[in-house]
Write a new protein. Sequence first.
Length: 110
Amino acid sequence: MLKTYLFLFAAILCEVFGTMLLPITQNFTKLIPSSLLAVFYLIAFYLLTFVVNKLPIAIVYATWSGLGVFTIAILGYIFYKQALSWQAVLGLFLIVIGVILVNSFSSKTI
C-alpha cells in the first residue's frame, strides 16, 4: 500500500511540475517548456494507471486534485508572485484536511 501512495504522490508532483510550466510555455510557443510539460503529464498519468488498480478512483481523484490545487497555489505564490488572500489560504488548508479525511476513512463504506 505504501508503494501505491508513493506512486500517487509522484504522479501529483509530475502534474504539478507540468502545470507550473504552463506560463513558461507562452501558449505552447516555446518548444522545450512545452515538451517538458507534455512529458510530466504523460508520466503523471502513467503512474496513475498503477494507483487506480489498488485504490478507489474517487479516493485517487480527490487526493490528486486536492493536493495538486494546494501545491500549485503555494508554488504560484512563491514563484509567480500570485496573491493569495487569507480566505484562499484557509480554503487551501481545508482542502488538505478534506484529503486527509478522505484517505483516512477510505476503507470504511457507507
